[in-house]
Design a protein around this ligand. Structure first.
Ligand SMILES: *Cc1c(COP(=O)(O)O)cnc(C)c1O
Length: 375
């Protein structure tokens, strides 16, 4: 029988807060590939399995679509005619697209000059009312909370609980593909919504007593037993200039080229500490130089192009493997949160510019002969 994939709400509807009457707003999000790295483990001389969950292949190019399909679906179900968010870029792109699909308005607040070009183009193209503020993400978040107290617009930032419900499905997909939870799961951390959502997903999947489970509170409906026998150790990586979880306090002027995680006041602060404790995991930090190096390494050795923030998960794992904090023989999943095409300026600025020659056979042949031995 033909099976047309229609998005993660349909696929996991028995584990999500929807009913048969819920009007589902979907763009076919989820079901992203889990790609095993072939060359990098050898390159760093480590006997480990590293798999990347390439969330950049969602409809708008980031994992935010998983949360946005739920948030916009529930907003429409509740009769809302408008959504609003503060964003470093990807949330605004997803909100704009799903609002367009639903036929409702989207208002997005972005930090002026600190948003990657691809993301800005998406918000604009999908017709969101795009408001640049002379401030950072944290300022935008504060404003959005104030505004939605007075006006009837639905917040679709990750403080909207439906966002995390949608995002938890990534954990289900990973367990289904591996047959079990991995030993470690690494993510880049900004507001820490996604690391929290993954922990909810892993916890529900391994839940043996729904009545007493703190996560599902009896609602996750794994009525036929568990999907997984264990939960992974959760690793959260931040950019060094924007690392409140490493400093143990909020950071007022976060700075990093990884704009998606340029966040000093994480909205899921307490929950992320709980994830760290319950999973026996830790937070780590990477410099911008380390992040960009790994972004390029991944693109050039594995053919996978993620945005800078996403590379923080892999950069952190490579560091902690080197330090011996992650043992050999482990299976590690790194979430690549967004696509590299989101930030073409950053990619071009760290690459060799194309050579320019006459349109002749000889000129091209010369270049091929000069370069072919390098491969
Ligand atoms: C939103 C985002 C993050 C951070 O996720 P949080 O849930 O805020 O921790 C990381 N990478 C990319 C590409 C993002 O869009």
């Amino acid at each position: 029988m033909a099976k047309h994939y229609t998005g993660l709400i349909e696929r996991y509807r028995d584990r999500l807060p929807v009913t048969t009457n819920t009007p589902i707003i979907s763009l076919g999000e989820g079901n992203t590939p889990l790609i095993e790295l072939k060359h990098l483990p050898k390159l760093v001389k480590k006997d480990v399995r590293i798999l990347v969950k390439f969330e950049g292949l969602n409809p708008t190019g980031s994992f935010k679509d998983r949360g946005m399909t739920m948030a916009v679906t529930k907003a429409v179900e509740a009769g809302s005619k408008a959504v609003i968010c503060a964003s470093t870029g990807n949330t605004s792109a997803a909100a704009a697209a799903y609002a367009a699909r639903a036929g409702i308005a989207a208002f997005v607040l972005i930090p002026e000059g600190k948003i990657a070009l691809g993301k800005l183009s998406q918000a604009m193209m999908h017709g969101a009312v795009t408001i640049q503020i002379k401030g950072n993400f944290d300022d935008g978040m504060r404003l959005v909370k104030e505004i939605s107290d007075n006006l009837s617009v639905t917040i679709v930032n990750s403080i909207n609980p439906f966002r995390l419900q949608g995002q938890k499905t990534a954990a289900f997909e990973i367990i289904e593909e591996l047959g079990e939870a991995p030993d470690y799961h690494a993510l880049p951390v900004g507001n820490a919504g996604n690391i929290t959502a993954h922990w909810i997903g892993y916890s529900e999947a391994a839940c043996i007593d729904t009545a007493s489970c703190a996560f599902c509170a009896g609602n996750c409906q794994f009525k036929n037993g568990t999907l997984a026998e264990r939960r992974p150790i959760m690793l959260g990586y931040q950019a060094a200039g924007s690392a409140p979880f490493l400093r143990g306090e909020f950071v007022d002027q976060p700075e990093t080229i990884a704009t998606a995680i340029r966040i000093g006041h994480p909205q899921s602060w307490d929950r992320a500490w709980k994830v760290k404790e319950e999973s026996g995991g830790w937070f780590g930090e990477c410099t911008d130089t380390e992040i960009l190096k790994v972004q390029k390494l991944l693109a050039q050795t594995e053919g996978i192009f993620c945005e800078p923030a996403s590379a923080a998960s892999l950069a952190g794992v490579l560091k902690d493997l080197e330090l011996g904090l992650i043992g050999e023989g482990s299976t590690i999943v790194c979430t690549l949160t967004g696509h590299g095409l989101k930030d073409p300026e950053m990619a071009i600025s760290q690459s060799t510019l194309p050579v320019s020659v006459e349109a002749t056979h000889g000129a091209i042949e010369k270049i091929i002969l000069a370069n072919i031995a390098k491969f």
